[in-house]
Design a protein around this ligand. Structure first.
Ligand SMILES: Nc1ncnc2c1ncn2[C@@H]1O[C@H](COP(=O)(O)OP(=O)(O)OP(=O)(O)O)[C@@H](O)[C@H]1O
Length: 292
């Protein structure tokens, strides 16, 4: 088999029925997804639904307590964390931020900062960066490692709408130029990067998965957000047939409550085709559908 065709079919990472248990409680269970080279996978789901936990299993920071995670031997990860454990009372320049955990040459630092459009901020204090500039600095830090898999935990937090579009364009161009796989955690339940190949919706398990809708093509969407937004963002509109209650029980569409999900519920692994197809339709940004 040629290297190229092997690369196309061998995922960089694959989670198979993976779960993490802490203090007698399953944080996530039955998580199945993979990321291949050049592929963009976006995890969505409410707060506490297991997005970060699943991403941490993918990169090996957390070991699964059940199921398994297969990783391509010796692949390199670039990780943009949701939070950075930094003492913000201490002055810190962008240059120093780049080398907090890895050693990089000056040229590697300059090239990475230039690649994300903030080469001029190399000596700026991190505390003074705007939300968008800070996210770019974190992105530069991750791509400096020349990763095969780039993991981005909420890359657009603290960034306004036009900054969000610009960041998503940047992430897509990094994928196009380097061919790395991207695993992204989205802060939004319904709006994802249009270039996403697969959306995985988590709620303690995989509730549903699919491609983002081509809403971005609709004239109404373009009128609302402009043609540029349409190229960058897409709506993932989906409806679940059950709700996970805070105490771990499950409320079904008919109002009944059980300890576990029914076999016919929107679990990916209970469906014959393996996928619970989302209902894709034209929805405006911010118009939510009920999330289970
Ligand atoms: N080490 C741990 N011990 C116990 N519980 C944990 C641990 N780490 C995470 N959790 C819990 O696991 C659940 C999933 O957390 P996780 O951070 O994966 O969710 P998330 O979907 O990324 O959330 P958010 O959108 O708020 O970032 C949460 O209820 C969290 O409190």
């Amino acid at each position: 088999m040629s290297k190229l065709s092997r690369d196309l079919i061998t995922p960089l990472v694959r989670l198979e029925g993976a779960g993490v248990k802490r203090g007698g409680r399953w944080l996530v269970r039955g998580v199945d997804f993979s990321v291949s080279k050049g592929e963009i996978v976006t995890l969505i789901g409410p707060n506490g639904s297991g997005k970060s936990t699943s991403a941490k299993m993918a990169i090996g920071v957390l070991q699964p307590d059940e199921g398994r995670v297969r990783r391509e031997a010796s692949f390199r990860v670039g990780y943009v964390p949701q939070k950075l454990a930094v003492d913000w009372t201490m002055p810190l320049t962008v240059r120093r931020l780049m080398t907090l955990t890895t050693s990089l040459t000056r040229q590697e630092i300059v090239l990475s900062l230039d690649a994300v459009g903030i080469g001029h901020l190399i000596d700026a204090e991190v505390q003074n960066l705007s939300g968008g500039e800070f996210q770019r600095a974190l992105l530069a830090r991750a791509i400096a490692r020349k990763p095969d898999l780039l993991v981005l935990d909420e890359p657009v937090q603290g960034v306004d709408f036009s900054g969000e579009i610009a960041l998503y364009e940047l992430i897509t161009s990094i994928r196009d130029k380097t061919g790395c796989g991207i695993l992204m955690i989205s802060h939004d339940l319904h709006v994802v990067m249009a270039a996403t190949d697969t959306v995985i919706c988590l709620n303690g398990h995989v509730c549903c998965r699919g491609t983002p809708a081509a809403v971005s093509q609709s004239p109404e969407y373009m009128r609302l957000f402009g043609a540029k937004a349409g190229q960058t963002l897409a709506i993932y509109n989906h409806q679940h047939d059950h709700t996970h209650l805070p105490d771990g029980r499950v409320q079904h569409a008919d109002g009944s409550i059980t300890d576990h999900c029914h076999p016919g519920d929107g679990h990916h692994h209970d469906h014959h085709d393996g996928h619970h197809r989302p209902n894709l339709s034209e929805t405006r940004r911010g118009e939510g559908v009920g999330h289970a």
